[in-house]
Design a protein. Structure first.
Length: 500
């Protein structure tokens, strides 16, 4: 029989994480206490620290993460086979503001970024190729490949990105309006030194339907092709992309306030360690960037707030913002109910294999990415941030759809925390943080930073200092993210309606 250590997050928790593969009868150790586990328990999964009656609360992160489906004895394996979620229940909320929330500060610190005509600042200088519909996807890829050969990357130009998607035709009502709104906001992102809009000519989302939603787009950095009207779309595309290239290649980085930095924090392929290593480390970084420098950090994954929403609500900067957070949560629950779905379906197979049992447990780990920051505002889907500091963006747990909304909200960098590992990438530098040593060492090409060393006893403050240094280097282009090294960039748009 072996002896394994346990990790308890909060002193009130009645469960702990097993730091190894436990076999029935193995001894586990928590401080001065030793006891035997009653079943085999996989690495990273939960063991009961006390008897819990059927219907009793399972407590982790100092909060309720579900109820037991049967009587539980000390030493039992607790997972989705004997824990029930309560996340679908609508709740009444009371605003009880905390006193230690971190508000945006001010400093003289700067980083080297691309100041746009709108006044906003990018961390990269891309030319994107984008369309209102899927009809032009193959042409956009061909145009980008041809342009990349003719107009190479330089010290001041980061390349052509063909951002294909599967929407834009066969939609109606609010569904198609969502597509138009998010594309309009998205193309004004400060990372884009040029925008080439590729139009077929007969789709539902012609540029004229998107233009009313456009913000912060420099008209001198915009070109459009209507392929059905073009005698030679390839020749015309190269001419127009060449004009954009000439302008973008004249851009230079200049010192910009750190308050102009806008980061999207997201997580995917989460495991039991996400909330205690990678997300926790991101939260420390958020407190630093927001609290000391007035930077902006946004998070989304609204269903991955269910069960932890009261914490975010009580960090709302005022009652009006509190009501916005309540509306965010209740509105997303209504959206789920409209389709007869359940939030308990959010944890993926990988999440569950990694030790996450309920959406409440996942949420309490997920919101660690915001640290102790005050919630400054709630941003509707397809809208842009108006407040510096920590913002919540309406978006699903589906990473690609959610991060696209975060970029549309203004983020120019993505910090993505993963425990299971994923090569997914977005239309911005995507800096991947591993939550455990095993995935970092196995998938070095997918990763940028290892937070798993916290489990070895590494100092949290020192690791946060190193993360901060690398993030600033990334913002200044002195460091590349894993997606940039692999040449991976993607977007996806929310669907909320029928396809005709």
């Amino acid at each position: 029989m072996s002896e394994l250590n346990l990790y308890r997050i909060h002193e009130t928790d009645n469960v702990a994480i097993v730091l190894g593969e436990a076999k029935a009868g193995d001894t586990v150790v928590l401080g001065d206490e030793r006891f035997a586990v009653r079943q085999d328990i996989p690495f990273g999964h939960k063991v009961a620290l006390q008897d819990i009656p059927a219907g009793g609360a399972v407590v982790k992160y100092g909060n309720r993460t579900g109820i037991t489906a049967c009587d539980i004895q000390k030493g039992d394996w607790l997972h989705d086979h004997n824990i029930l979620s309560e996340a679908d229940n609508h709740r009444q909320y009371t605003y009880e503001p905390v006193q230690d929330a971190v508000y945006p500060g001010k400093s003289n610190a700067t980083f080297l970024g691309y100041r746009r005509k709108s006044g906003k600042v990018g961390t990269r200088n891309y030319i994107i190729l984008i369309s209102g519909s899927f009809c032009t996807n193959t042409h956009m890829k061909d145009f980008a490949e041809m342009a990349s050969k003719r107009f190479p990357k330089t010290e001041h130009f980061d390349g052509f990105l063909p951002l294909t998607h599967e929407c834009g035709c066969g939609q109606m009502g609010e569904d198609i309006e969502n597509v138009r709104r998010i594309l309009g906001r998205f193309i004004g992102n400060a990372n884009f030194g040029g925008v080439f809009f590729v139009e077929l000519g007969c789709e539902n989302s012609l540029y004229g339907t998107i233009e009313p939603f456009v913000r912060d787009l420099d008209p001198d950095r915009f070109e459009i092709i209507r392929m059905q009207q073009s005698d030679d779309e390839f020749e015309e595309a190269m001419e127009k992309l060449g004009r954009l290239y000439e302008k973008a290649n004249t851009d230079r980085r200049t010192p910009c306030s750190l308050s102009d930095l806008h980061i999207a924090a997201n997580c995917g392929g989460s495991d039991a360690f996400s909330g205690i290593t990678g997300n926790c480390l991101m939260g420390r970084l958020a407190d630093h960037l927001v609290g000391e420098h007035g930077a902006t950090v946004n998070i989304t994954e609204v269903p991955e707030m269910f069960g932890a929403e009261h914490i975010l609500m009580n960090r709302a900067r005022n009652r009006e913002t509190f009501e916005k957070v309540v509306g965010l949560i209740d509105g997303f629950k209504n959206y789920i109910e409209k389709y007869g779905a359940s939030a308990s379906g959010n944890p993926s197979q990988g999440n569950r294999k990694g030790g996450i049992s309920t959406i409440e447990e996942k949420a309490l780990g997920s919101i660690q990415k915001g640290g102790n920051c005050a919630v400054m505002d709630v941003i509707p889907y397809g809208e842009q941030a108006a407040e510096h500091g920590f913002n919540l963006v309406w978006g699903p747990g589906s990473d690609l759809v959610g991060v696209t909304a975060q970029i549309a909200a203004g983020a120019t960098m993505v910090i993505f925390i993963t425990g299971r590992g994923t090569p997914v990438a977005y239309a911005a530098p995507t800096f991947k943080i591993a939550t455990n040593n095993a995935i970092y060492e196995k998938k070095t090409g997918w990763m940028d930073f290892n937070a798993g060393t916290l489990l070895n006893g590494d100092d949290l403050a020192k690791l946060e200092e190193e993360l901060y240094r690398q993030v600033i280097e990334l913002a200044e282009g002195k460091r590349t993210a894993s997606n940039e090294r692999m040449g991976y960039y993607q977007i996806a748009l929310l669907r909320d309606g029928v396809t005709l």
